[in-house]
Design a protein around this ligand. Structure first.
Ligand code: F6R
Length: 600
């Protein structure tokens, strides 16, 4: 979602900001802007649409060694130039960028800003106008800033320029991610280290409720009440090549191809000296103490959680429930006596998950985050973290993080089972290594899946994916992947449910993909495919090697049935990729979507 980049130093800020914003494009946005400050002036440039358009709009001669930039994903008010950030106070003294949502903006407007003419429909403008209001009443800019922050309800990451103090940027954070970066020629502020990796790998974390006064040589951190805070920098463990496409046309394709490597990396990270899969002792104890696990997640991560439940119950014998984060607060289940909440989130920033995390922590429950982002909000705030080690995932559609989540949940289940002294009838290490090889085979079969996309999806309005048992969860993910990047209306169904309603939608030529990887339901699934074929559907069977017949064209390499989702999802990821490509969609940045969903 929205992204912030700021710079103060000795170099010209323009390209640092624009390049940084480009690095944040993956988060999803619909407008962007920058403000450049020099000793006498602040110039603001904003555009609806892509950064490339903004770049074209910024004057060649625009100068300033201090600046702030922003990509906006609309919440309050439509995507437009007026609503794009940065926003300026009426006099033009203060210029501000903001991520997050201010929940009491209307109340604040009514209480303090009735006489102020607003230029935008955003909640953000209220912040900058309040700062000006308090400064005009005689407060210093810093005190006005702190007073304003004290009034805000909701979430924010803020960068503020003050024309009367060009030697500093004021920065604040509450619930929205923000980092300070240190470089040899100045300091930066960014929503994500990826934005400024070209300048530095040295970062200082910011905590909720903190304010930073950033100058070109110093980082002064304090609590909202002014109490100084000291914090050492850390080295961001990001490799600049991880965030480059290299020879790939799209990040999504690169990330699909990286999955075998990610599997092997996970096996390495979660193995003890004796070659047994294992998780951190704290996590092990937390699971041991729990009488029930509650997995909480959204979207693709929720789909991974559904597969994870199978592992945790079938391999480890731990009762597990899986919940959609955004529904959890209204439909809270009766909790067991000793629950462990497991948040699955690639970004570690998903607001829906965080809201549940805050609630359950207040109730005193134990929490674990499974994430790809060390240092993310969900990771910092949960009692325990397991990292995916998948490397940055840039494409909005999640692929390698999904399979990494499933792999890690399987390792957690194996670890718990081993801890209980259970004897497993399979060697998890060997089976995961077989999965990595199978993924490689599937990635080498891209031409087949490109052809499948042409044959089945080139001009269809909708598509159905059916499966039974764990395949049902995989086909839900297959449908989500297809709809989010190709805009084809796609649904994943439990195959047995078709005849209870959905089969009415089957017409001549409707594509129906059936996944068969589970021996005990293979026969039923084939029956369901015949039922829809008899009603005109254009059916496609994707089946594992052991269950294939001579008529099956799309056969998956054999993996252990426990691990089949890790392999069987790959063809669907490729299918979605090629369908989107053939339809001319922006594969990596699908419309309306954001990578990191930081609003509820
Ligand atoms: C779909 C996708 C989303 C995310 C969801 C949760 O490809 O990426 O459905 O899975 O927004 O995001 P995280 O995992 O960051 O909490």
């Amino acid at each position: 979602m929205c992204g912030i980049v700021g710079y103060i130093g000795t170099e010209q800020a323009k390209d640092i900001l624009l390049n940084g914003l480009e690095r944040l494009e993956y988060r999803g946005y619909d407008s962007a802007g920058i403000a450049l400050m020099n000793a006498t002036n602040v110039e603001v440039y904003k555009e609806k649409g892509r950064i490339a358009k903004l770049r074209g709009a910024v004057a060649e001669e625009a100068e300033g060694t201090t600046g702030i930039g922003h990509t906006r994903w609309a919440t309050h008010g439509v995507p437009s130039q007026e609503n794009a950030h940065p926003h300026q106070s009426t006099s033009g003294r203060f210029t501000l960028v903001h991520n997050g949502v201010i929940e009491n903006d209307q109340e604040l407007k009514e209480a303090y800003l009735l006489d102020v003419g607003m230029k935008s429909e955003t909640d953000t403008e209220v912040i900058v106008q309040l700062i000006e209001q308090f400064a005009s009443e005689g407060l210093s800019a810093e005190t006005a800033f702190r007073k304003t922050l004290g009034l805000l309800q909701g979430s924010y990451a803020i960068g503020l320029l003050d024309k009367e103090a060009p030697e500093r940027i004021l920065v604040a954070k509450q619930k929205s991610p923000l980092l300070i970066g240190l470089s040899s020629h100045g300091n930066v502020v960014a929503s994500d280290a990826m934005a400024t990796l070209a300048l530095t790998d040295q970062y200082v974390e910011m905590m909720d409720g903190e304010v930073v006064i950033l100058t070109k040589g110093e980082v002064n951190i304090s609590a909202l009440d002014g109490t100084p805070v000291s914090r050492a920098p850390y080295t961001a463990e990001l490799d600049a090549t991880d965030i480059e496409k290299g020879t790939y046309p799209h990040f999504m394709l690169k990330e699909i191809d990286e999955q075998p490597l990610v599997m092997r990396r996970i096996i390495q990270h979660y193995q003890d000296d004796a070659g047994r899969l294992k998780v951190d002792e704290g996590v092990r104890q937390a699971v041991k103490l729990a009488d029930r696990l509650y997995i909480v997640a959204c979207g693709t991560s929720w789909h991974a959680g559904l597969v994870g439940k199978q592992f945790l119950e079938n391999i480890a014998g731990v009762p597990t429930e899986v919940h959609i984060a955004s529904e959890f607060s209204y439909n809270r289940p009766l909790l067991s006596e000793r629950p462990l909440f497991v948040f699955i989130s690639q970004s570690g920033e998903t607001a829906d998950c965080r809201s549940v995390l805050v609630d359950v922590k207040q109730l005193g429950h134990s929490t674990l985050t499974i994430t790809n982002s060390p240092g993310s909000t969900l990771s910092r705030e949960a009692d325990h973290t397991l990292l995916l080690h998948a490397g940055p995932e840039i494409a909005v559609a999640s692929t390698k993080a999904y399979t990494a989540q499933i792999a890690l949940l399987s390792i957690l289940a194996v670890d718990v089972a081993q801890g209980k002294g259970a004897t497993l009838d399979f060697d998890p290490l060997k089976e995961l290594a077989i999965v990595a090889n199978a993924m490689e085979v599937l990635c080498d079969e891209k031409d087949d899946y490109e052809q499948m996309a042409r044959d089945y999806l080139s001009d269809t309005r909708n598509a159905f994916f059916i499966g039974r048992a764990v395949d049902y969860y995989v086909v839900m993910e297959a449908a989500l992947k297809l709809k989010e990047i190709s805009y084809i209306q796609a649904e994943g169904f439990a195959a047995g449910e078709l005849k209870h309603g959905t089969i009415a939608l089957i017409e001549d030529g409707t594509p129906v993909f059936g996944l068969i990887s589970q021996p005990h339901v293979a026969g039923h699934l084939r029956g369901n495919l015949q039922e829809v074929a008899a009603r005109g559907a254009h059916t496609c069977t994707i089946v594992t090697h052991d269950l294939a017949t001579t008529n099956d064209a799309h056969v998956l390499p054999e993996v252990h049935p426990h691990y089949s989702p890790l392999a069987s999802v790959v063809p669907f990821q490729l299918l979605a990729y090629y369908a989107a490509l053939h339809r001319g969609c922006d594969v990596d940045k699908p419309r309306n979507l954001a990578k990191s969903v930081t609003v509820e």
